[in-house]
Design a protein around this ligand. Structure first.
Ligand code: MLT
Ligand code: MN
Ligand code: ZN
Length: 301
């Protein structure tokens, strides 16, 4: 299995267009590596690829990734897209894939329902793009329009909330309801676990992550209040459906016993100090055996 990090950042990217926080300023100054928004590409054979989420930066990500370039007059190695939720940073890139290319689109019934309710996604010609619901908990062999992808996938519900634009008055922030899922991808005995959004750790989630060859996990914020503390917004990480990394209730402590080949934080907000190579938080992660995703990071399992 080949894995390429297309985008390591959370929604907004790093630097975010309208943000002047210290990290974003350092990214603009060339003192920190910029990151595009949240997505992975995965392939069983290095020829045909599955996108895990389609970010608003997808066009730029394809441009930066030779494995995803066309190999014919009209061609793309992208044969399928899998979504983990309906957030803008995970679905807006679908609109970049509208130019007459056939692929299979997988998501939970909830997330496909959101797309079906939004006529903009009608630009994906149904004769070319088949939308296939995957029920969380069911194992499926992924398929391209013309044959098997060589990967099997189980989606699993992860505590989270509905997309920001669907929030009502008082959204439930950590329901395990199918609008936020993790992906358990397998090829032979190899396992990739991808959980870019998680509001709360559960025993079921911990059990699932154990034994994976690589785990990509929600690294949105280091502290729950860091956006407020930086003066860039009132929301906490938990209000956005993301548990923090640091602190006694954070994912670093909660996942301390996790046995996995590689453990990598991804979906990182621009206020998170782990984006800065010289931060003490970054050093703390490294000391605990965690990596920080970067655009272009490649892993072969
Ligand atoms: C999130 O991960 O919380 C969302 O992507 C936020 C957003 O919609 O911008
Ligand atoms: Mn997001
Ligand atoms: Zn910023």
């Amino acid at each position: 299995m080949r894995i390429i990090v297309l985008g390591a950042a959370a929604g907004g990217g790093f630097p975010q267009w309208n943000c002047g926080c210290p990290g974003c300023r350092r990214a603009r100054a060339g003192e920190a590596r910029p990151c595009t928004q949240s997505s992975l590409a995965v392939s069983a054979d290095g020829e045909r690829w599955v996108l895990l989420n389609a970010s608003p930066d997808l066009r730029q990500q394809i441009q930066a990734t030779p494995a995803l370039h066309p190999r014919g007059l009209r061609h793309s190695p992208i044969g399928a897209v899998v979504l983990t939720n309906a957030d803008v940073d995970h679905v807006a890139g679908l609109l970049d894939l509208r130019e007459g290319h056939a692929f299979t689109l997988y998501a939970s019934p909830d997330v496909l329902g959101v797309l079906a309710g939004n006529s903009l996604f009608g630009v994906l010609n149904p004769d070319l793009v088949s939308r296939r619901p995957l029920a969380p908990g069911a194992m499926a062999d992924l398929a391209f329009p013309d044959g098997p992808a060589g990967l099997s996938l189980e989606m699993f519900s992860v505590p989270g909330k509905v997309a920001l634009y669907l929030e009502g008055e008082a959204p439930v922030l950590d329901a395990e309801a199918g609008h936020t899922v993790g992906l358990d991808l397998r090829q032979g005995g190899r396992r990739l676990l991808y959980v870019p959004g998680c509001a709360r750790l559960t025993d079921g989630l911990l059990n699932r992550l154990h034994g994976a060859d690589v785990v990509f996990f929600d690294g949105t914020v280091w502290t729950d209040t860091e956006m407020r503390d930086a003066g860039v917004g009132g929301k906490t990480g938990r209000r956005m459906g993301h548990l923090p990394i640091g602190g006694p209730d954070g994912s670093l402590a909660g996942l301390a016993g996790l046995r996995a080949g590689r453990r990598i934080y991804i979906h990182i907000n621009n206020t998170n100090p782990i984006l800065l190579d010289d931060s003490r938080e970054r050093a703390a992660l490294a000391a605990a055996g965690w990596e920080v995703a970067a655009d272009g990071l490649e892993i072969t399992l």
